[in-house]
Design a protein around this ligand. Structure first.
Ligand code: MN
Length: 327
């Protein structure tokens, strides 16, 4: 997925029930994805209030959208640096092509993790058979020592772990006795949880991790705070348990993201993660010059062969760092 907007921001604080753990609710803002067949996404990371949760630095949530009328997703080849993209679908199918030569279909319940590292290019197009498109696109910032690593692409279809009241798919890290074989560059957790109506689930989590709960289906209550569609609940490190309650009459679904707080300042602009304005400017120039830093995507057939980078802002791009975690 490609970021097509500049940098507006919005913030809302969540309820703070006296007896519960502090939960900060990051509300989504609507962003058009752009391209000839634009779909809208709900973006919860980054925002002014919070840039990262662990190394998770970008979260777009979209659908369920009937794309038989709109045509769905069509994102022409575009570059990435210094990050990994994690694609996770609830329904629909996306055709992925990248400059490693990967040609893969992204399907519901299957992780597709692309490592941009030093530089990669990719395209994403929903398939003609897709009627309902529904999923997330997440980015993971790479730590300084690994951010220039070689391009990579991993696919993993995690098994479903059945807990009393919930079904869990762990696509990165470990939860509920299930561990993803996909390696990460910093301690991370990524999992989908579907809760039965009326279910209360208490998960053992790593107290060194901060966590995010992205509300997809229904309305889950996280540590006492009820979430609306597309909300991302933030929980600071320090707790060994995380409670999810589905008090609705139908199933509920969330994504649970986690990781140790990412200590480095990063500079994010368009589809690049770097450490300085100068570095970002050099990435942009390299993409515009069709540098081998990003390689070529073969087989993409769209209206444009590649997405041009927007103009750099006149002001220096500000580094992003999280505020201190709330108590
Ligand atoms: Mn992308």
């Amino acid at each position: 997925m490609s970021n097509v907007e500049a940098d507006p921001a919005e913030l809302v604080c969540g309820d703070r029930p006296a007896a519960a753990r502090t939960v900060t609710v990051l509300t989504p803002r609507d962003v058009p994805l752009g391209g000839p067949r634009a779909i809208r996404v709900r973006r919860t990371l980054p925002q002014r209030q919070r840039s990262l949760i662990g190394a998770w630095c970008f979260a777009d949530h979209y659908g369920p959208e009937d794309v038989t009328a709109t045509g769905g997703m069509d994102v022409a080849p575009h570059p990435h640096t210094g990050l990994q993209t994690a694609s996770w679908l609830f329904s629909g199918e996306i055709e992925h092509r990248d400059s490693l030569g990967t040609h893969a279909l992204v399907r519901p319940g299957e992780l597709n993790l692309m490592t941009g590292g030093h530089g990669i290019a990719h395209s994403e197009v929903s398939t003609p058979d897709t009627t309902t498109l529904h999923g997330v696109q997440l980015w993971i910032a790479l730590p300084d020592e690994h951010r220039h690593t070689a391009r990579d692409f991993r696919h993993h279809a995690p098994p479903v772990v059945e807990l009393p009241g919930a079904a869990v798919r762990v696509f990165l890290g470990s939860l509920a006795g299930s561990t993803s074989p996909v390696p990460a560059f910093t301690p991370l957790l990524g999992a989908e949880l579907t809760l039965d109506p009326g279910a209360r689930v208490v998960l053992d989590v790593d107290p060194a991790f901060e966590h995010g709960v992205l509300q997809d289906l229904g309305g889950v209550t996280v540590a006492g705070t009820k979430l609306g569609n597309g909300d991302l609940a933030y929980l600071a490190p320090g707790a060994a348990e995380l409670e999810l309650v589905n008090d609705g009459s139908g199933p509920a679904r969330v994504l649970l993201l986690g990781g140790t707080p990412f200590a480095e300042e990063i500079v994010m602009w368009w589809n690049f993660v770097g450490r300085s304005h100068e570095e970002i400017a050099a990435y942009r120039e390299a993409w515009q010059a069709e540098s081998e830093q990003f390689g070529r995507v073969e087989g993409y057939r769209g209206a444009v062969s590649r997405l041009p980078a927007p103009e750099l802002p006149h002001a220096r791009i500000k580094a992003r760092r999280n505020p201190p975690a709330p108590a």
